[in-house]
Design a protein around this ligand. Structure first.
Ligand code: GUN
Length: 300
């Protein structure tokens, strides 16, 4: 391997440390404790793990954590009532509704019922529009984490060619907007892109967010490019023993690391940054709601 490893685990710990220091000051100087509410509908095992982890880390940085666990058959009206109550609660600065929601609930309607100022996921249509027009917004956590790592590694991203593989509302599209905001020349590639290899070969920055295990091989990577792997795919790993699995990203790590200048591993790359940025967004939302300066380096 020749690439520098971008250590997301270490970076996320640093972000949490910065958030915790701000929270301590907010409490001491202003008597304010940032509060994050997470709403989970149903019992999806992966979502339960995420929500537990979010709650634990929220408390660890000194914030107030509130969890609303609702039955899988909760009506839309009841869910909207919970959100309305959180929107009106002055002690809650961030609201996250864990996705996916059970099929009978309209995700767009639910997300757009959150007060945009408390939408720490950055999924509300107002925040999407604000980001797209370069205005102050809440920025989706995973792309924000990728941007922080890229800025930390490169300093300025101005003029770099960036290719984002994947066009989801949660990662691909906001990632492209953020890179454009930092003056990259941005291409959004996806499953229908013609000659994806050639497109990726022109990139100084590759962000892979397609959800297809090890899809990007090393011979697509321009020598010295920076590779940010957003994928988290679980594969069977019989070589580790019966029933064992391993996590891989959307890029083939070994062959890409042999060519890239820098690369994020899976696990331990982008993954840990997502919750760290959720905490950063909650702090940002709290500062804005309280008329205080935003934390430097923790926003887009
Ligand atoms: N489910 C998986 N990732 C996310 C996320 O970032 N936010 C929400 N709300 N739900 C998710």
């Amino acid at each position: 391997m020749t690439a520098t490893l971008i250590d997301g685990k270490e970076f996320a710990a640093r972000v949490r440390g910065q958030v915790a220091a701000h929270v301590t000051r907010l409490k001491a100087d202003h008597g304010i404790t940032p509060g994050l509410a997470v709403v989970l509908v149903g019992e999806d095992p992966a979502s339960q793990v995420y929500v537990r982890s979010k709650g634990k880390q929220t408390v660890e940085v000194g914030m107030k954590s509130v969890e609303h666990k609702l039955e899988a058959d909760t009506s839309e009206a009841d869910l909207l009532a919970v959100i309305a109550q959180l929107n009106a609660d002055p002690e809650i600065h961030g609201i996250l509704v864990q996705l996916p929601l059970p099929g009978h609930l309209d995700e767009d309607l639910v997300i757009n019922s959150i007060d945009p100022a408390k939408d720490v996921d950055g999924f509300h249509i107002s925040n999407v529009g604000l980001l797209g027009t370069g205005q102050k917004s809440m920025v989706p956590c995973t792309p924000l984490g990728c941007l922080m790592m890229l800025r930390d590694y490169h300093g300025s991203l101005s003029g770099m060619n960036a290719v984002v593989i994947g066009r989801s509302n949660i990662v691909g599209k906001p990632m492209a907007q953020l890179l454009l905001g930092d003056s990259c020349t941005v291409t959004i590639a996806h499953s229908r892109t013609k000659d994806l290899a050639q497109v990726v070969r022109g990139a100084d920055i590759v962000v892979a967010a397609v959800g297809r295990p090890e899809m990007v091989p090393g011979d697509w990577i321009k020598p010295g490019a920076t590779v940010i792997d957003v994928g988290i795919n679980r594969l069977d790993a019989p070589e580790k023993g019966e029933g064992k699995t391993r996590l891989v990203g959307d890029v083939d790590f070994d062959s890409c690391a042999a060519v890239a200048g820098a690369i994020t591993p899976v696990p331990g790359g982008v993954g840990p940054m997502t919750i760290a940025c959720l905490l950063a967004n909650t702090l940002t939302a709290c500062c804005r709601a309280s008329g205080l300066d935003e934390p430097e380096g923790l926003t887009a």
